[in-house]
Design a protein around this ligand. Sequence first.
Ligand SMILES: [Zn+2]
Length: 384
Amino acid sequence: MSKCIYCRQDKDPAEFTLEHVFPQFMGGAYAPDCFKTRSVCKPCNSNLGLFVDAGFEKNWFVSNRLRMNARAFFDPNSPVGLPLVCMGKSDFVPPQLQECEVCESWLGPFGEQVYWVRPHDERLFWYTGGNPRTTKTTESRAYFLFSERSEKNPLISLLSFRDAFEGRRVRKIMCTEVGDILTGIGFKAPDELDLLRVKYFNEACRISKTKHIQLAMYVPFDFRFLVKLGLGVAYSLFGSKALQTAYAEELYKALWYRNENGQPQINGSSSIMHGNNPLFTKVVGEANAVTIMIIPTPEGVAVNLNLGESLNWVIKCASYENLTEDDIHPLREGRVLLLYRQLQRAFDLALPEYIAHKCGNQPHPELTGISAKLALHRDYFKNL
Ligand SMILES: [Zn+2]
């Protein structure tokens, strides 16, 4: 029998599965192997994946920040589809919209409009794209409209439309008249309901000059995620003894939060809730990457998570109770992980090495190469 690091239950070895401590949506598959573990049971992997990891990933700010990271790597010499950006819930009411459905508005790379009529899940109301499990199994419908700017480079629009809603059961319908080139990229011939809605969306978009959008926000969306990340990092660095401390108890209290257990005493904060300092986030994060810093502080070991220089969180992942000098020594200078999901790469640096790079005193050759490559096409869309 072994113990799952999240639910702390003893289970049969067959009940364990691979867990990425840094989830795959942020490039965790490319992180050093010590941040992948088989000490997590299948139910935790699946339930915490849906209610904790996805609750963070699908938050509007996080989801669009990660989409912008992907867009930054666009190279016009080898065009690929670009992720649509979620605008929120539209106030359009297309024909036969059910009470249990919402009409979500998305934008393509040139301002193309996409209206996705999908099931609504009250429990996961703030998830962009709704419940990821439901949208895999239940068919929904999305309506696409080209914009005037699509003519700038129709191939990019088409590739983006082709890749939109991948892995979900979405019936894609084109509202703009473009001939029959679209069947090859996943569009369906409209049925009776679609014809009504195509007419509706074309008219609604023509008539209404202002469009109203509603953003759903759940303020503590990041709380359990941050705590789970803290536990995972503490275990990856120091093993199970780091999970048997008074502070780890507080992390567990937060991960499995129940009102009656009182407020967990966690040291941590997020920049979405508390505002941020531009200089601070500039130093702690790399543009278009996910940056994780692991730093020993007088209070304990801190993890700083930064998305694309703009969103920032910090949490104390472990106290020094149960840790020895040998445990702390490799971290003494601080450690920085940079995850580039689009490049399928990660960098693992000592903090001084990273700061010297950021301040320009000693540029890191490969990181400089990535920045230079990104700068080449930075204004591609603006200049078209
Ligand atoms: Zn478990």
